[in-house]
Design a protein around this ligand. Structure first.
Ligand code: MOS
Length: 738
């Protein structure tokens, strides 16, 4: 099915199952501990041995000698795998550094050996006995220091590196009100709950990987490439994923090394990347330096807007696309965006939790707060004045498919009690707390991508959905079940959803918040085909048959689905392909974040007091799981604003705080109740279900609302994230802080 013209009415519009706040269908399996995760596949891979990864102790250079004798002789050890005995290994298309390093070392904690033993303890102990000598080379580890060496980034990492419309420099120079500021965001770690983990087993030259991965088809292809195998000789199984956040979009060392280990010892092997290894062994969100220039008239109407971003990465990788939302969010006839990329020898920077917008809005939405103040305007009003209903780089011929940003701002302000905010900072006090409110827009692109599914009905009338789509804690099982239930006219309880297995049709996978809209479209397409097959079997005209209550009806005749399916069942496989609607229409998701903070007048401790968000993202398929998505993401926004930072040792090139004790993320006690509203909306150009994803929308802008609230509370404008106590206290003199 090709989706290349706007959606019209469909059985989805009945809204009996779709759009209902139903519980997760995978919930009971998860809370009873019966959902099998990658490291605990005792059911299908009993007798697995344990692998422990040895990481490189230098960031750049080479291995001069490896002595694994003592490790091999240690109790329980079955094998030690290094580049010397691993056999030929290619690099996956989606990996920047090799997943088993040596002799060249490309980054700190790059895997250089796997010790396989009968128990985890034996493997971990023996790993300490592997002796490796290195010849270190000089590396580049400091983004600020390398900024001058940065070059224009390559295109194609989410669009062109640079864009320009009109005469930015001239218009900015002429503007009555100007903002020109730099903002910085640090390296960040995904910090998902479940580490990267894989159980691998070989059977007659065929490999099965039970792994924790967001993108089954991408990763299978890279396993094949890395190991020099045929894709059809590999099966990848990823039914439950304990969080991905972008860390598991790719093949990582756990899967490659588990496969090599299992081949070496002739039995299943499991490998997890231990928590302290994750930040340096795997990928992270790169740090950015951002410069924003905005030129407006006295009424705050933007004429010139420019956003430049500097980031760094290993050779061969791309930029953090932090300027990209600035291409689309606000009006302005004269515009420019640019991405500059420095080479850094830190671990690989890559996608994390709304790459681009998540950090770009931390800068842009603070700059807008600064512009509002410079124009003596309310920051909500400023944003409304600069709304644009079309892609401002392309012009009015490329309208938004739908854009209810102004409605989000107005309703959000109303619900939050925004009118109680003092325009002048440092005015509100509650006991020892300085109180401030902040606002920021949420904006995230609404990508879609091809997605296939197989849907069947069995002899009992049960509907079965199979697709390699993953559920990374997002609710995929449930919304795909709801889609099939609505289309086939059965209750959600009558649907079985099977996900995350490469033997199922290839889906969009989970990334870039494209999963919900794309994968439900694939299930929808398969259901359309299945309905036709069943109607024909019943002898009813396919376009007039009704599917409801487990029956196919036509006029006053009806047939139960199960009877039509017979004992063999009836199956349909289809895919949804997306045409050029995303070219003809700008497509995105929108929202408005509101935050109230308290800042302790003496200690400068920052506490979130209230958060509210109003979002618009097309049809909301399941308000309960969608709400969970955005409250989790808003929590990540608080993390970005106040806590999350990988600290770089710029001498040796590694992240110092590489565990959950020192890489801080918000916990329950940090986050108050969050008030969430989704606007009623159908976006007929977004998908056949008129839906868009919300997985990443909630993080986008949330941190800027926090930062703006901190400014409103204290009068101190911090532009270097995270906003910590020490940075406030440095600037306390003359502020509302005592
Ligand atoms: Mo997302 S960072 O594309 O999983």
């Amino acid at each position: 099915m090709k989706f290349d013209s706007p959606a019209t009415t469909s059985p989805i519009d009945r809204g009996r199952v779709i759009g209902k706040p139903l519980d997760r269908i995978d919930g009971p399996a998860k809370v009873t501990g019966t959902a099998p995760y990658a490291y605990e596949r005792h059911d299908v891979a009993p007798n697995a041995a344990y692998g422990w990864i040895v990481g490189a102790a230098i960031a750049k250079g080479s291995i001069t000698a490896i002595d694994s004798g003592a490790a091999e002789a240690a109790p329980g050890v079955l094998a030690v795998i290094t580049h010397r005995n691993a056999g030929p290994l290619a690099k996956g298309n989606l990996n920047t550094a090799h997943l088993l390093g040596g002799p060249a070392i490309e980054h700190y904690d790059q895997a250089v050996a796997l010790v396989v033993a009968d128990t985890l303890e034996h493997a971990r102990d023996a790993a300490k006995l592997v002796r490796i000598d290195y010849a270190p080379a000089k590396g580049r580890f400091d983004l600020a220091a390398e900024r001058a060496t940065a070059a224009k980034a390559p295109d194609g990492f989410g669009g062109a590196a640079d864009t320009a419309v009109g005469d930015f420099a001239g218009a900015f120079a002429r503007a009555a009100v100007k903002i020109d500021q730099h903002y910085t965001t640090p390296d960040q770690s995904h910090a998902m709950m479940e580490p990267h983990a894989t159980t691998a087993a070989w059977n007659n030259g065929k490999l099965t990987l039970w792994t924790s991965n967001q993108m089954v088809a991408w990763t299978l292809k890279d396993v094949a490439r890395t190991l020099g195998m045929k894709p059809e000789d590999i099966r990848l199984v990823s039914p439950y994923v304990g969080g991905g956040f972008g860390a598991k979009l790719w093949l990582r060392a756990d899967a490659v090394l588990a496969a090599l280990g299992a081949r070496a010892v002739g039995r299943p092997v499991k490998v997890a990347i231990a928590r302290p290894q994750i930040p340096n062994n795997t990928t992270h969100r790169p740090a950015t330096i951002q410069r924003i220039r905005i030129g407006a008239d006295k009424d705050g109407v933007i004429d010139a807007i420019g956003h430049e971003t500097w980031s760094g990465d290993l050779p061969g990788r791309g930029p953090e696309m932090a300027s990209q939302q600035t291409r689309l969010l606000y009006r302005g006839d004269h515009r420019m965006t640019a991405h500059r990329l420095a080479t850094l020898d830190l671990p690989e920077g890559n996608a994390m939790r709304a790459p681009g917008e998540a950090v770009g809005l931390l800068a842009l939405e603070v700059a807008m707060d600064e512009l509002a103040e410079a124009c003596n305007l309310d920051p909500v009003e400023l944003r409304i004045r600069n709304d644009v209903q079309y892609d401002p780089e392309a012009g009015p011929q490329r309208p938004y498919s739908s854009r209810k940003l102004v409605e989000c701002l107005r309703q959000g302000a109303d619900r939050f009690g925004w009118s109680r905010r003092h325009a002048r900072p440092g005015q509100a006090r509650d006991g020892r707390w300085l109180v401030g409110m902040g606002v920021a827009c949420a904006f995230r692109g609404a990508m879609t991508t091809e997605s296939a599914a197989r849907v069947g009905v069995d002899g009992s009338g049960r509907v079965i959905v199979e697709t390699d789509m993953t559920d990374i804690g997002t609710g995929s099982y449930t919304i795909l079940g709801q889609t099939a239930a609505e289309m086939m006219g059965v209750d959600l309880a009558a649907v079985t959803v099977r996900l995350g297995d490469s033997k199922f049709p290839v889906s969009a996978g989970s990334g870039g918040q494209w999963g919900a809209a794309s994968s439900t479209a694939g299930v929808y397409a398969a259901c359309v085909a299945l309905r036709r097959m069943l109607a024909e079997k019943a002898g009813f005209p396919a376009d007039q048959a009704l599917f409801e209550d487990g029956l196919v009806r036509f006029g006053n005749q009806s047939q139960p689905l199960g009877k039509l399916a017979t004992r063999e069942g009836v199956w349909a496989e289809e895919k949804a392909e997306f045409g050029d609607l995303t070219k003809r229409y700008a497509q995105a998701t929108f929202g408005a974040h509101f935050c109230e903070v308290g800042v302790d007048v003496d200690t400068a401790e920052i506490r979130i007091r209230r958060m509210g968000g109003v979002f618009s993202a097309g049809r909301i398929l399941n308000p309960k799981s969608a709400r969970s998505q955005v409250i989790g993401a808003m929590t990540m926004g608080v993390g970005a604003a106040l806590m999350e930072e990988l600290t770089v040792d710029t001498r040796f090139g590694f992240f110092v705080n590489h565990d959950m004790a020192e890489y801080l993320v918000p916990v329950h006690a940090d986050i108050p109740a969050q008030d969430i509203l989704f606007l009623d909306e159908l976006d007929d150009k977004a998908s056949p279900l008129q839906a868009k994803g919300v997985g990443e929308l909630g993080i986008c802008g949330a941190g800027a609302a926090v930062a703006n609230a901190v400014y409103n509370a204290t009068g101190i404008r911090l532009r270097d994230y995270p906003l910590t106590i020490d940075k406030l206290l440095e600037r306390a003199k003359g502020s509302a802080l005592a």
